[in-house]
Design a binder for this molecule. Structure first.
Ligand code: PLP
Length: 363
C-alpha cells in the first residue's frame, strides 16, 4: 500500500501542473444549522407547490440526454428578461461556466483579463486556471472605477477581456455609466458586464448592446431564488456568442434544471416580488446597520450590504456571529480595500432581525 501511495504521489507530481498542485480548492463555508447570510441566496422558498415538481419530474426523460441548446429554457428567459431576438442567449451551468468559456476562448491569444477589484473572485481564479494574464485594477476608495488606471492596463497586452460586475460583488455598488462607457470605448477587446444582481437595481446594460460591438452582458437566475438549479447566460451579438458557444460542453445544462426553470419562470411574478421584498428589507437593514457602532456601512444596489468594523475587529465579529448561529462572509484580507470588511446577505425579515440582535450584542 505504501508503495502504491508513493507511486501516486510521484505520478501526481509528474502529471498535474505545478500551479494546480499549489492551488487550494474553492472553499465553501459549512452552513449546517446556521442562518445563511453568506452567499446572496434568495431567502424564500420555491414560489409554487408540489404539483410543480410532479410536472417537472413527469416531464423529464432521464434516460435521454437533455436538449443540447436548452431552447425552451432560453425562450422563457427571453420572455421574462425582455431580451430582443437580435441578441443570442447562451445558457450556462451558472454564470461561473460562462466566465470560464469566455476566458477559455481567449487563452493563449495575447489577451489579458482586466478586472477592477475588489470584485467577484471567479474572474481571477478562472484566468489563473487557464493561464491567462490577469490585471486587477484597484477601485477608488468609494469603490467607483479608476478609469485612467484601467485604460493604462490596456497597454500591457494586444487585447483585453474586461469584466465589470454591476452592481459589483462584494461592494454592492453600480459603476457610473459614464465611466463604463469610457472603458468600453477605449477597450481594445471585449467588455463583459456581469449583471448577476440586476433584480435589485434599476440599472441595466442591455440597451448598451446596440451601441457597442465589443460588449456582452451576463446574467444568472442564482440570486433570484434558483441558485440550486445553476443557470446563467451570456447575451449579445451572435457574432460573439456563437464563437463562445463552440466551447460549451454539449449538455451543460441538465434536463431537470432545464425543465425546472421552465416551470419556475411561470412564477416569475412571485420571484420578482420576492426580489422587491428583499430590496425593501435591504433599506431597513441598511438604516439599522448605520445606527450600530460600525466604522462604515455602504449603501447597496444588490441583495447584500458591505460593512467595515472598527480596526482589527472583523474576524472577531464574524466568529461571534457564527457562534451565535449567523453565517456571513468575512472579507478582511481578501483585498487591501476590504480591510475589516464583512459582507451580509439580506435575508428574510426574521433572519435580518436575528442578525441585528446578535450584532448589537457583539459590538
Ligand atoms: C454570484 C455571482 C455570479 C455567479 O453566478 P452563478 O450563476 O451562480 O454561477 C456571477 N457574478 C457575480 C458578480 C456574482 O456575484
Amino acid at each position: 500500500m505504501t508503495e502504491f501511495k508513493d507511486d501516486a504521489d510521484s505520478l501526481v507530481k509528474l502529471l498535474i501542473r505545478d500551479d494546480v498542485r499549489a492551488m487550494s480548492a474553492y472553499h465553501v463555508q459549512d452552513a449546517a444549522g446556521l442562518i445563511k447570510l453568506d452567499a446572496m441566496e434568495n431567502p424564500y422558498p420555491w414560489p409554487g407547490d408540489l404539483s410543480d415538481w410532479q410536472q417537472i419530474l413527469g416531464g423529464v426523460q432521464v434516460n435521454r440526454y437533455p436538449d443540447s441548446r436548452a431552447d425552451q429554457l432560453v425562450e422563457r428567459v427571453r420572455e421574462v428578461m425582455d431580451i430582443p431576438a437580435r441578441y443570442q442567449v447562451l445558457p450556462g451551468n451558472g454564470s461561473d461556466e460562462i466566465i470560464q468559456l469566455l476566458i477559455q476562448a481567449v487563452a493563449g491569444n495575447s489577451v489579458q483579463v482586466v478586472v477592477p477589484e475588489p470584485s467577484f473572485v471567479m474572474y481571477r481564479v478562472l484566468a489563473d486556471i487557464n493561464r491567462v494574464p490577469f490585471q486587477g485594477v484597484p477601485l477608488l476608495p468609494d469603490f467607483q472605477l479608476d478609469v485612467p488606471a484601467v485604460l493604462e492596463t490596456f497597454k500591457a497586452q494586444q487585447s483585453s477581456l474586461v469584466f465589470l460586475a454591476c452592481p459589483n460583488n462584494p461592494t454592492g455598488i453600480c459603476y457610473s455609466e459614464a465611466d463604463m462607457r469610457q472603458i468600453i470605448e477605449a477597450c481594445p477587446g471585449l467588455v463583459v458586464v456581469d449583471e448577476a444582481y440586476i433584480a435589485f437595481t434599476e440599472r441595466d446594460a442591455l440597451p448598451l448592446l446596440d451601441e457597442y460591438p465589443n460588449l456582452l452582458v451576463m446574467r444568472t437566475l442564482s440570486k433570484v431564488g434558483l441558485a440550486g438549479l445553476r443557470i446563467g447566460m451570456l447575451i449579445g451579438d451572435p457574432r460573439w456568442v456563437r464563437e463562445i458557444d463552440k466551447l460549451r460542453l454539449p449538455y451543460n445544462v441538465n434536463a431537470l434544471s432545464q425543465r425546472a426553470v421552465e416551470v419556475a419562470l411561470r412564477h416569475y411574478q412571485q420571484l420578482d416580488g420576492q426580489a422587491r421584498q428583499v430590496r425593501q428589507d435591504r433599506e431597513l437593514l441598511l438604516r439599522e446597520l448605520q445606527s450600530l457602532p460600525l466604522d462604515q456601512v455602504w449603501p447597496s444596489q444588490a441583495n447584500f450590504i458591505l460593512v467595515r468594523t472598527d480596526a482589527g475587529r472583523a474576524g472577531e465579529v464574524f466568529d461571534g456571529l457564527r457562534a451565535r448561529g449567523v453565517l456571513i462572509k468575512c472579507l478582511d484580507g481578501a483585498h487591501p480595500l476590504l480591510r475589516d470588511c464583512l459582507r451580509i446577505t439580506v435575508g428574510s425579515p426574521d433572519e435580518n432581525a436575528s442578525l441585528l440582535q446578535n450584532l448589537r450584542a457583539l459590538l
